[in-house]
Design a protein around this ligand. Structure first.
Ligand code: TZP
Ligand code: MG
Length: 205
């Protein structure tokens, strides 16, 4: 099992998608060519998150596109094919890896050169890491943007595992992020708020 370094990583974020549109938006992310999909359902209860997961799970059963759950280890463990994404303030990756075992994916958010170095130091525990927010974003308003400088810095380290740039990325600025050395991009609001999410993802891919 090796995690893909896809050109586009999609996030089904319930801050932008009504419950009744989750399945359709998730299908659109995959149809557009997202190489990974994360469910990010921060406002929901675990039961509500489970309900969304159960609905979208059949889309991932072929194994072609990994499904990652944001920050709910216990719920991820209920589903054999679901991986986990954690932030710096969530469960430590040592504990998460121990609980997940070797056969599930684990990703980590990083927001500084030190945190990126920490991800590289512990690359044996991780399947991928994310770097951001690159630009200011309403999706994660309390974070200071890391800018293209951190993208360039991480690219210069030539990470031995997949990594994704995230935060404030849109179809109009993504070329700058690519030019800074990004391998894979995440855009949340830009594709989820597009009328045609699949077409928007397709433009990135
Ligand atoms: N982590 C860092 S920035 C971010 C997350 C979840 C939000 C990205 O959302 P958008 O709408 O693509 O700026
Ligand atoms: Mg978190």
């Amino acid at each position: 099992m090796s995690f893909p370094q896809a050109s586009f990583y999609g996030i089904l974020d319930t801050g932008y998608v009504l419950r009744e549109h989750c399945l359709e938006k998730c299908k659109a992310l995959i149809a557009g060519g997202a190489g990974v999909v994360q469910l990010r359902a921060k406002k929901q209860s675990r039961d509500e998150r489970r309900d969304i997961l159960q609905e979208i799970l059949p889309l991932f059963e072929s194994g072609a596109v990994p499904l990652i759950l944001n920050d709910d280890l216990e719920l991820a463990l209920e589903f054999p094919i679901v991986g986990l994404h954690v932030g710096q303030d969530d469960i430590p990756i040592e504990e998460a890896r121990e609980a997940l075992g070797a056969n599930r994916y684990l990703g980590l958010s990083t927001h500084s050169p030190d945190q990126a170095a920490g991800a590289l130091d512990r690359a044996h525990l991780l399947d991928y890491f994310a770097v951001g927010p690159v630009f200011a974003t309403q999706t994660k308003p309390d974070y200071i943007p890391v800018g293209l400088e951190l993208v360039k810095h991480v690219a210069s380290l030539n990470p031995p595992l997949p990594w994704y740039c995230i935060g404030g990325i849109s179809r109009s600025n993504c070329n700058q992020v690519k030019a800074a050395g990004a391998k894979g991009l995440v855009a949340v609001s830009d594709v989820l708020c597009a009328d045609d999410t699949a077409a928007a993802v397709g433009e990135y891919v």
